[in-house]
Design a protein around this ligand. Structure first.
Ligand SMILES: NC(=O)C1=CN([C@@H]2O[C@H](COP(=O)(O)OP(=O)(O)OC[C@H]3O[C@@H](n4cnc5c(N)ncnc54)[C@H](OP(=O)(O)O)[C@@H]3O)[C@@H](O)[C@H]2O)[C@H](O)CC1
Ligand SMILES: [K+]
Length: 499
């Protein structure tokens, strides 16, 4: 997993790299400027593009000056540099790069107050403030940020959008550059994965500046980014002499006479993800649909006052999708919570039952997996105004109850009982349709049934679910189409050793 660090830790990595590689800070700045320019010129290959670079007087601004020089040296002919001289302080690296700018005969314009002249460049490079942000942006900086956010130019931010805080609560009223593209150095910043960053960051790319990988990996951080190689390491190829029993038996307790679709999606996802056997515990009305749509799935019919007598025969159990909320279903879930010897995957209506009976949390088998979206989470653990607050609560509740909480969003947070927060990078807005959660639940319970550890089942299910969705060749990805792609995408991720 990729260790995600705070801005302080990244600064420590700077100085560690500078001393270890025997380079100077200005060298590192030059490396950063070259790395940024490589990505930028790919994005804007036309050398006549009019580009205005707005520089603060710290190292973020220093980067901006070095980038201006790089662009000029690469033949970009319409470069203008504007220095926000709102303080008499300037970093040595900024000063050094200001001198070097003269080498390529770019004469910067100094802005000393808030009467900004018109700006009609096609692209603005935002190098005002970076990870040195230490307080809310006010005064001329705020005015300049608000001015730049209003012009039609595309904005490309250096390292982070100016005014953006890299970790901790994001203040929705803060003055932050709305960047079309953020080219960030070495690591994505933790807050890039929090929904509140959406206004400031349309998309981001990583510029590797050669910081010491060992040092970065050795830093203590709760936040880890799941990478394809992590998933490849967890996935196990199938042995030649295996049979359906080898891959476990998953039980899906879902569906009601009004909402059978969720049960079908969940059950099919469990089968398509590779469980040896899948049984769906459904109402009588659902049987015809189940058999017609997914003949591979076995059924237990939930007649009135149905109770389980043989839960132990299942390797993994998921409950909730489309289950409905009645005295019967509450009794059924209570039965499972108290009787099950294997971790449960609790989703949808079953989560809502849990939120009315929090005492059940402690009764769930250890490492059971809750898969709430934001509203279900707040119903369970109280109203939250920020996602940072939700993640902090999820860490606490996961530890208190020895649970795994899959807090679903564009970048789903998988919160482990040990406080680790594994962030899933896969997925896409094309997946924003009802039924996606039912599929995810089916995928997670399937990996559990196949014998994967709960934390691995949550990681695999979430990563592959998003991977299937983001690779679906359509404007939106229907959940019933996504499930068909699961086996193909798993073998694609595994590469040649999938069998
Ligand atoms: N490893 C890397 O990622 C590298 C990053 N580089 C670049 O360096 C910046 C960080 O540079 P730094 O000099 O630490 O700080 P900034 O340029 O972000 O800010 C400059 C100064 O601005 C002041 N400040 C802080 N908050 C505010 C605010 N709200 N309003 C106004 N001014 C503010 C603060 O100074 P004070 O003395 O006023 O507190 C900052 O020091 C990083 O983002 C990268 O772009 C390196 O170039 C290469 C390696
Ligand atoms: K910036």
């Amino acid at each position: 997993m990729l260790n995600l660090l705070t801005s302080t830790q990244i600064r420590q990595a700077d100085s560690h790299t500078i001393s270890k590689d025997q380079i100077s800070s200005i060298d590192l700045m030059e490396t950063a400027a070259v790395a940024f320019t490589d990505i930028f010129t790919n994005q804007y290959p036309q050398k006549s593009t009019s580009i205005s670079i707005y520089c603060g007087t710290g190292n973020n601004g220093g980067d901006g000056l070095a980038i201006a020089r790089q662009l000029k040296q690469r033949g970009y002919s319409a470069i203008s540099v504007k220095i926000a001289r709102f303080t008499d302080k300037a970093s040595p690296e900024f000063d050094a790069n200001l001198k070097r700018l003269a080498e390529v005969d770019v004469a910067p314009v100094e802005i000393k107050n808030d009467n900004f002249e018109g700006e009609n460049a096609v692209v603005v490079i935002d190098a005002l403030l970076g990870t040195g942000l230490s307080r809310p942006v006010e005064g001329y900086y705020r005015a300049l940020i608000e001015f730049l956010n209003k012009i039609p130019a595309k904005i490309v931010s250096v390292d982070i959008p100016s005014g953006f805080c890299c970790e901790d609560h994001i203040d929705p009223k803060a003055a932050v550059i709305h960047s079309d593209l953020t080219i960030t150095f070495q690591l994505p910043k933790i807050n890039f994965f929090f929904p509140e960053s959406g206004a400031a960051i349309n998309r981001f790319e990583i510029a590797d500046i050669g910081l010491d990988e060992e040092f970065l990996a050795g830093q203590d951080s709760h936040f880890k980014l799941i990478r394809r190689e992590d998933v490849q390491k967890i996935l196990r190829p199938r042995k030649q002499f295996s049979h359906k029993g080898t891959f476990g038996h998953g039980l899906i307790v879902a569906g009601s006479d009004q909402t059978m679709g969720a049960a079908l999606l969940c059950a099919e996802a469990c089968m398509q993800t590779g469980a040896g056997l899948t049984t769906a515990c459904i109402p009588p009305q659902g049987l015809a649909g189940l058999n017609a749509r997914i003949p591979e799935i076995m059924a237990i019919i939930r007649e009135r006052s149905f109770t389980f007598t043989d839960l132990e025969k299942y390797n993994a159990i998921a409950a909730g999708p489309g289950l409905g909320y009645s005295e019967e279903t509450v009794k059924l879930i209570k039965d499972m919570v108290l009787k099950s010897q294997v971790p449960l995957v609790i989703d949808a209506d079953a989560l809502n039952m849990l939120s009315q009976r929090l005492e059940w949390l402690k009764k769930l088998p250890d490492y059971s997996i809750l898969t709430p979206h934001m509203k279900e989470f707040d119903r369970l653990f109280g109203q939250h105004n920020t996602w940072w607050g939700r993640v902090e609560t999820a860490k606490k509740k996961a530890a208190e109850n020895q649970l795994i909480i899959v807090l679903k969003n564009r970048y789903t947070f998988i919160v482990m009982p040990d406080g680790k927060v594994c962030i899933n990078p896969t997925g896409s807005p094309s997946m924003s349709t009802g039924g996606m959660g039912d599929v995810l639940t089916g995928m997670i319970v399937s990996f559990l049934a196949q014998g994967y550890e709960p934390k691995d089942a949550a990681i695999l299910g979430t990563y592959i679910h998003g991977y299937c969705g983001e690779n679906y060749p359509g404007y939106i990805c229907p959940p019933s189409a996504l499930v068909k792609n699961i086996p193909i995408k798993i073998s694609e991720i595994m590469g040649e050793n999938w069998l």
